[in-house]
Write a protein that binds this ligand. Structure first.
Ligand code: ATP
Length: 418
């Protein structure tokens, strides 16, 4: 067996051999390409297998899916298909294609092409390597643009000078890969990157594409690294003139790891939005809205920004407050906002109060209901809500424990109101 294959998990090796057989009987050359080849050479695990087919990729994927008895999802307009395999493995199959950029920062027109065309459309040399798939294992690496040498030297290099102008998302991609692997953007590439910034190419990206890049950055194992670099390169300023990667954002990112460990399973927060809140915490509320609008934030996320504005304007040191008062401040807030408040709480006491809310108060349910109030003879109406609310406050403050005590309290409360 050849050394490269040895680095692949056994199930992937077996799968590629089957694909190799299939490729040979169909006489359709296929190649493993992009990130998986890069990571294979670096000895890093990667579960996304990208395969380029010189021929009809969709037909190839459908036949292969049938053979492997696996579900195939096709995206006809892009000429791509995805096969979902065991153990979280994902196989993306694409028809080799040529790309033509008709305008800067706008998605290109595509047409079928050769393997060379397909590799030339890629972002960096280290992502332009391919391995032909055979039933007997891989042939040697297809390296048309010097990717292997750059991988050895640890360099991020574009394939042609207009690369960042044609697709400014590559600015984020360059920084992501550079910081992930401890590589360096080589000087020519760096100067082209800065030129694209000066020409305000990031501003020309659609909000959705900017959002996608942010999500990918937040998913890195240590997202502080790319954000520091994006800040130092002046990229963040092109998302918003007052956006920077502050010390508090760095601290926030570190704390996100901890809170996700602690609360991830029970509260299921969206890690993207939580990190986003940490990133933008130094911006004024007006600036936050403006930035969020330019990042295709959803209505729900915009509403949460509003909730945050309200709660931050209201709460001071929670340590001084009764549990029912803490509850009144925090009830109804999303898990992302609540966790963000614990991350940024200035006093340890406030943090403890929010944690107590998360652990206990938010789950408290009364032992009595409206039906019990009816049996007490209280006339039905909006008063029920008010009385039950008062019962809840006393429960939260530890003044009531049993159903009898709740009933008693409700009755007295009603009598007071009469
Ligand atoms: P990651 O490990 O972050 O997933 P990846 O390189 O596998 O990295 P993908 O986004 O899955 O990233 O892309 C797969 C391949 O597609 C890349 O290796 C690259 O060859 C190509 N590619 C992705 N985005 C671009 C782009 N914006 N411009 C050119 N080529 C791209």
């Amino acid at each position: 067996m050849k050394p490269l294959e040895e680095k692949l998990p056994q199930e992937v090796r077996r799968l590629l051999k089957r694909i190799g057989h299939f490729t040979e009987t169909e006489e359709t050359p296929s190649y493993l390409v992009g990130g998986i080849v890069r990571d294979l050479l670096l000895g890093v695990s990667n579960k996304d297998l990208d395969i380029v087919v010189e021929g009809d990729g969709i037909a190839f994927a459908k036949d292969l899916g049938q053979k492997l008895k696996r579900e195939v999802k096709t995206h006809r307009q892009f000429g791509t298909a995805t096969l979902f395999l065991k153990d979280g493995l994902k196989l993306d199959i694409v028809t080799a294609r040529r790309e033509e950029y008709l305008a800067p920062a706008v998605l290109p027109g595509v047409s079928p092409g050769t393997l060379r065309d397909d590799l030339f459309r890629r972002d960096f040399t280290i992502n332009s390597l391919a391995l032909r798939i055979h039933s007997e294992g891989f042939e040697e690496i297809v390296d048309l643009f010097g990717g292997e040498a750059d991988l050895q030297k640890g360099l991020i290099r574009i394939l042609h000078p207009k690369s960042f102008i044609e697709d400014p998302t590559r600015i984020f991609r360059a920084v992501r890969l550079e910081t992930r692997y401890g590589f360096q953007i080589e000087p020519f590439t760096l100067s082209r990157l800065k030129e694209a910034l000066e020409e305000k190419m990031i501003e020309r990206l659609t909000p959705k594409r900017r959002r996608t890049e942010l999500i990918l950055l937040f998913k890195e194992s240590d997202p502080s690294k790319p954000f520091h670099r994006l800040n130092a390169l002046g990229v963040l300023k092109h998302l918003h003139p007052r956006l920077s990667f502050s010390k508090s954002a760095t601290r926030g990112f570190d704390r996100v790891h901890e809170v996700l460990d602690q609360w991830g399973n029970s509260l299921k927060p969206n890690p993207f939005f939580l990190r986003y809140l940490c990133l933008i915490q130094k911006l004024s509320f007006e600036d936050r809205y403006a930035l969020s609008g330019s990042l295709a934030m959803t209505k729900k996320e915009m509403r949460q920004l509003m909730d945050l504005r309200i709660v931050q304007g209201r709460i001071g040191n929670l340590n001084q407050l009764k549990p029912s008062e803490v509850y009144a401040h925090l009830h109804g807030l999303s898990s992302e906002i609540l966790l963000f408040l614990t991350i940024t709480a200035k006093e340890e006491g406030s943090k403890k109060r929010i944690e107590k809310y998360l652990m206990d108060s938010r789950k408290v349910r009364l032992k009595i209901t409206g039906r019990d109030l009816k049996t007490l003879g209280i006339p039905e109406g909006p008063l029920y809500k008010k009385i039950l609310n008062e019962v809840l406050k006393s429960r939260l403050d530890g003044l009531l424990n049993t159903k009898g005590e709740e009933l008693d309290f409700a009755k007295k409360n009603w009598e007071k109101r009469r």
